[in-house]
Design a protein around this ligand. Sequence first.
Ligand SMILES: Cc1ncc(COP(=O)(O)O)c(C=O)c1O
Length: 398
Amino acid sequence: MNNTEHIINMGKENVMNTYGRLPMALVRGVGTRVWDSEGRSYLDFVTGLAVTSLGHSHPEIVETIRKQASEILHTSNLYWIPNQVRLAEMLTANSFADKVFFCNSGAEANEGAIKLVRKYAKKHYGKDKHKIVSLKNSFHGRTLGALSATGQLKYHQGFEPLPTGFSHIEAGNLSELKEAVDQNTAAVIIEPIQGEGGVHPIPKEFLLSTKEICEKHGALLVFDEVQCGVGRTGKLFAYEWLDVVPDIMTLAKALGNGVPIGAVLASAKVAESFQPGDHASTFGGNHLVTAVGCKVMEIMTGEGFLADVEYKSSYFKNKLQELAKKYKLDGTVRGLGFMLGLPVQEKGPEIVQYCSDRGLLINCVGSTTLRFLPPLTVSMSELDEALVILEQAFSEKF
Ligand SMILES: Cc1ncc(COP(=O)(O)O)c(C=O)c1O
């Protein structure tokens, strides 16, 4: 039995069976490259699902963690946490928001947002204003509130009864939107680009109408930027591509580049609905994760970083599109920046396996869409290397 087989056997015996996993274990990473427990190397275009956006073992992140670990890792939110304050300031200075609440994950950020919109609605409009509208095909996380907002019934099954007051409408369907949002609606929650649903950008005009309808009914607009936020699209936040500013935005994933962090950002008027005792999280915004968050923000807001992401990602998107045309994949590349999806009929899993065997990690959403989430720090030559493997895959499979 080799090392990997041993890990897999032990895992099957001891870890709950909640993930469909590939039979490999990744044990080391530098930049875009990762190594498995047999010493094979891969280009990582999965990045832990849009988490390690600065690549693996980024020297400044490593140094930040080392330094912070030697000073202090955690104290309670009973006391002020300087790094948390600094990260909140960096996030508010670079976004629409005035205030931030920190937690540990995307689902937890969305739970926080759901509680905040309900508290705000009750405070300003009375007890009946509680309904939350979100989109079909959306994904907002696995905890019960976030799951209720998630517009994919397959994730609900087996966990009912779920919290009530949630409904789901078709993205782009204005009449469904008008029907769903009324005076009892507390909020509409949207991922500006649906990630787990297959990399679907929500049409700008629909988002504009949503904002208008929310304003008309005193409902808040929440953008879930857990996957598309923090540099992924070539702007710090995906909403910057739109003419729509939300009232609340949730973040996680790339904000910690691998240390677990989540954040709820809100305007001052909305945020003040939370008072001491309303919401909390033991680990939320501790010294370690916020030290890393500050470093991530410092790097991403540095001169030329996001322009470079835009340049490299549009090169990659164009090349992918050319390949799709050449091998008659009959679909267009969807998405923005380095959050890209390519429809491949039902051949997703086969192509993922083919690429993995040749040293490129990608994943597919459903079996029909390949998803590309390379680190934002990927080099042009690594992009070309990936394109060569993808071309081999397409020429063989189509
Ligand atoms: C848009 C979006 N929201 C929420 C989540 C849930 O985040 P987490 O897995 O950190 O709870 C995800 C995870 O993929 C996501 O893509």
